[in-house]
Design a protein around this ligand. Structure first.
Ligand code: C5P
Length: 397
């Protein structure tokens, strides 16, 4: 898919610049033609020689390099690519892009271009959360610039939170999604999947039997139709697919936060089996057996992620929920569609006798504004493909 695609890769100065080397390797493996541009800051983290050796190309560094201007002017350089990727994008570079500054080669190329741009931010968590960065991010998004990440996790500076640059393979997936020509090309689809784990104490938790199989199949189907997929998953037993942006969470509250930071999306599919309750005041220490009897757990209600997003201000154009029922499936699911405010409900009977929960097949009824439509029993992959095709058609309409 990336064979002979021309990618102008702008590397700016952050510790994540080392990951850009792997990104170049991955892109080259897939046949892309990578032209690297280094900012001055980036040269403090990676050497032009290593970048050029991996890319098999000249590295462009200086706006006033007359040889470059003679060979290929900066306007030409910015427009000769099929896609410009900025990875990592520092807070400083994002701010300059949002302002339209053009003080060096990288910013000049970004201002002069009419080529699509994909930005992979990387910075300290506080810098990412700062109102100024969030303002700049919103400006870039409204300018039509695609953003991938950042991921949440441990940071080089010792802190924890959102700010880590997406992994090279996730960036490759976003690039592939950009060039894919399936019916979901250019669409961002958000999918929740798997169970949630609600802690009782540091070693015990409340969970459910969801394997994550249906959510994973949906992510795969949407990816294969060209969507950029954000896959927010609880601790599932099925591994997430490659080529999607995976956000791993444990609890319902973390899942809600991950979903909210992944929005805006064109469509959202809530396939996760979210725990309805969490243990209120989970113990910080492992609870001990006592002679005096059993511990009493009290519960608090978890946020309803599907309802929150369906009724929220930044609602995706199409919101799809699942309803796992054990009796009067269509009635319950029809009522649920209205109660939650989503567009569609994919209802299924998860009574143990059906073998659906944790199994490889599903027997679903799609509930929309028009009514209930029963699909024949089929593999979860086939359900996913059929649903993804319906979503693509609905987004087109
Ligand atoms: O109410 P119920 O749990 O049956 O609703 C199922 C649907 O709602 C599924 O799409 C599930 O992912 C979603 N849900 C949610 N947050 C919850 C509970 C359910 O997103 N706390």
């Amino acid at each position: 898919m990336l064979a002979n695609k021309r990618i102008l890769l702008i590397i700016s100065g952050g510790i994540a610049a080392f990951k850009a080397l792997d990104l170049i390797r991955r892109l080259k493996e897939r046949g892309a033609i990578v032209t690297p541009v280094l900012t001055r800051g980036a040269e403090e983290f990676v050497t032009p020689l290593s970048v050029s050796a991996l890319a098999g190309s000249k590295v462009f560094r200086d706006l006033f390099d007359l040889t470059d201007e003679a060979e290929m002017g900066h306007i030409e350089l910015s427009r000769s690519a099929d896609l410009i990727v900025v990875a990592p994008a520092t807070a400083d570079l994002m701010a300059k892009m949002a302002q339209g500054l053009a003080g060096d080669l990288a910013t000049t190329l970004l201002l002069a271009t009419d080529t699509p741009v994909l930005v992979a931010p990387a910075m300290n968590v506080r810098m990412w959360n700062h109102a100024a960065t969030q303002r700049n991010l919103a400006t870039l998004q409204s300018d039509g610039i695609a953003i991938i990440g950042p991921n949440e996790g441990d940071m080089a500076c010792g802190e924890y939170g959102p700010g880590r640059m997406s992994e090279p393979l996730e960036i490759v997936a976003a690039i592939e999604a950009h060039f894919a020509d399936g019916p979901l090309q250019g669409k961002h689809v958000l999918i929740t999947s798997g169970p949630t784990h609600e802690p009782i104490d540091p070693v015990r938790y409340i969970a459910n039997r969801s394997s994550g199989a249906q959510g994973t199949a949906l992510a795969t189907a949407c990816r294969d139709m060209g969507a950029r997929v954000t896959f927010v998953t609880g601790p599932a037993s099925v591994a997430p697919p490659e080529g999607v942006e995976v956000v791993a969470v444990e609890t319902a509250q973390q899942m809600l936060e991950a979903v909210q930071s992944a929005i805006p999306a064109d469509a959202a599919i809530f396939a996760a089996a979210v725990a309805d309750w969490r243990v209120e005041g989970a113990s910080e220490q492992k609870m001990k057996k006592t002679k005096g009897g059993f511990p009493t757990l009290s519960f608090a209600e978890n946020p309803d992620i599907l309802a929150t997003v369906s009724q929220g201000s930044d609602r995706p154009a199409l919101v799809v929920g699942f309803a796992a029922e054990t009796e009067t499936v269509v009635e319950h699911a029809t009522a649920k569609r209205l109660r939650k405010g989503c567009d569609w409900i994919v209802a299924n009977d998860v009574s143990p006798a059906t073998g659906i929960m944790g199994g490889s097949e599903n027997d679903v009824t799609l509930i929309t504004e028009e009514g209930a439509e029963n699909w024949p029993r089929m593999g979860k992959d086939a359900v996913a493909e059929k649903l993804a095709a319906r979503i693509a058609a609905a987004l087109e309409a």
